[in-house]
Design a protein around this ligand. Structure first.
Ligand code: SF4
Length: 450
């Protein structure tokens, strides 16, 4: 057990996050001044500047453990945003790379990835208007609950969904009209969840129509419906999606190994995943994304390689490779709280395999984010065939646009460009309370979106 003395430092929380990248919570303790004499690491009093304090800790912890995390001293979830800020200040790629190395200790591989992503994202967003907003509507229902799930996901009989949709339509109608009155257009529409394709074809049609009727759609660049679970995807629903003009869906296999799908609580087979792709291609959905997860329970790099090659053979336009994050709200953490610490090397192998195989198949990385409690402290990376990248995914990570989120658990973010600041407007996450308090959710938006 290591003892670490951080003093009464206002950076204590962030410094502790950095320590967790090297040590499990059971391997260290933060001590008070009276026990500082026995500490292996003592933060010098003069180190009050955040990056300097983090670099000191990083060096000390590296010496102690022999580890050198690839993301250096970065503990935040948006490394691209950080790098982009240096580009905005007028630095070129070589200068940004130098800062990332010297100030933040990033590995050469992560520096290359970040600088490439910044340049690509600039190119993709060059025609976007600063005032246009992202629009999100959430369907918080899924057929079963995955073991790693920390989202708003409910398993209910279909008769419970009607009252939810009624409340959601009310919020959509208000928000759309309110934004129209403010002269704001929608730039992207994203129907997410949960699993939106748990809805019947009729309800899916009604949901999409409500959105199209409420918002100014004249500037919409993309429209996504997250189909999610392969076992909820039918020809009728795909037809509704395509006919409504939505050009993108996401089918989320996570793994192509039956044993893994059973272990993580999915109620479908690899064959159903292939079927869902076949149906989506037959319905001529222009862009299909496939979500995969590296580091799932009991999976080896060989299992992950097999999943990757099967997915590449199904030819989605986008592939998003997530690293398993074991969050507090998930069932997995109850079974195994140290899971993500032990998975580091396996996940590293899986992620570099993904980068290699996807690049050979013509995909390139275009967005990236991190989460807390990720296996090995790695990242999620979105890959796309050139020209099929999702603007919504980039914008939500960049945090430089207003995004209105409707439905239970939706958190709208209002962007104030002058101050480069976001203001959050949260909805309640319980869907029954959301129905009960829908007028209050609307009132919050009315105040926050002035
Ligand atoms: S499909 Fe997504 S939202 Fe639904 S239970 Fe699984 S992880 Fe949660």
């Amino acid at each position: 057990m290591y003892s670490i003395y951080l003093r009464e430092n206002k950076l204590k929380y962030e410094l502790n996050e950095l320590i967790k990248m090297f040590l499990k919570p059971s391997e260290y303790r933060l001590v008070e001044e009276k026990e500082a004499f026995e500490a292996q690491i003592i933060l010098p009093e003069e180190l009050t500047e955040k990056n300097a304090a983090k670099r000191f800790l990083f060096d000390q912890l590296s010496q102690l453990t022999g580890k050198k995390p690839d993301w250096g001293t970065l503990t935040g979830v948006r490394p691209v945003k950080l790098a982009m800020e240096y580009f905005r200040k007028g630095q070129d790629a070589a200068q940004v790379a130098d800062i990332l190395k010297k100030e933040y200790y990033l590995s050469d591989e992560k520096i290359r990835l970040l600088t490439e992503l910044c340049l690509l994202q600039r190119e993709i967003l060059k025609d976007c208007r600063p005032d246009d907003v992202g629009v999100y509507a959430g369907i918080p229902f899924c057929p079963t609950r995955c073991v790693y799930c920390s989202f708003t996901s409910n398993q209910v009989s279909y008769d419970k969904i009607g009252p939810y949709l009624k409340a959601l339509y009310k919020e959509i109608a208000f928000t759309g009209q309110h934004l129209k009155a403010l002269g704001r257009r929608a730039e992207s529409i994203y129907i997410g969840g949960g699993t939106p394709t748990t809805l019947s074809p009729g309800d899916l049609h009604a949901l999409i129509s409500n959105i199209k009727n409420a918002f100014d759609m004249s500037g919409v660049k993309e429209f996504t419906v997250e189909a999610g679970r392969p076992d909820t995807i039918t020809e009728d629903k795909l037809l509704v999606i395509r006919e409504s003009g939505a050009g993108r869906i996401s089918i989320n296999p996570q793994s192509m190994k039956q044993k893994t799908l059973d272990l993580i609580g999915r109620s479908h087979t690899p064959q159903q995943i292939k079927e869902a792709f076949r149906k989506a291609k037959a319905a001529r959905i222009p862009i299909i994304n496939a979500d995969l997860i590296a580091g799932l329970p009991e999976e080896s790099p060989a299992d992950f390689a097999d999943t990757l090659s099967q997915i590449i053979a199904l030819a989605p336009e986008n592939v998003t490779v997530h690293t398993l994050a074991v969050k507090r709200a998930s069932k997995l953490i109850e079974y195994d709280s140290d899971y993500h610490y032990r998975q580091g090397e396996t996940v590293r192998e899986m992620l570099s395999m993904a980068a290699e195989l996807l690049s050979q198949a013509g995909y390139r990385p275009y967005y990236l984010y991190r989460q807390k409690h990720m296996s090995g402290n790695f990242e999620n990376v979105g890959y796309a065939k050139p020209g099929t990248e999702s603007i919504y995914n980039i914008r939500i990570m960049e945090e430089d646009q207003t995004i209105v989120a409707m439905g239970a658990g939706g958190i709208s973010k209002v962007y104030y460009p002058q101050e480069n600041r976001l203001e959050r407007i949260p909805n309640v996450s319980n869907y029954e309370i959301y129905i009960e308090r829908i007028n209050e959710m609307i009132e919050r938006k009315k105040k926050g979106l002035e």
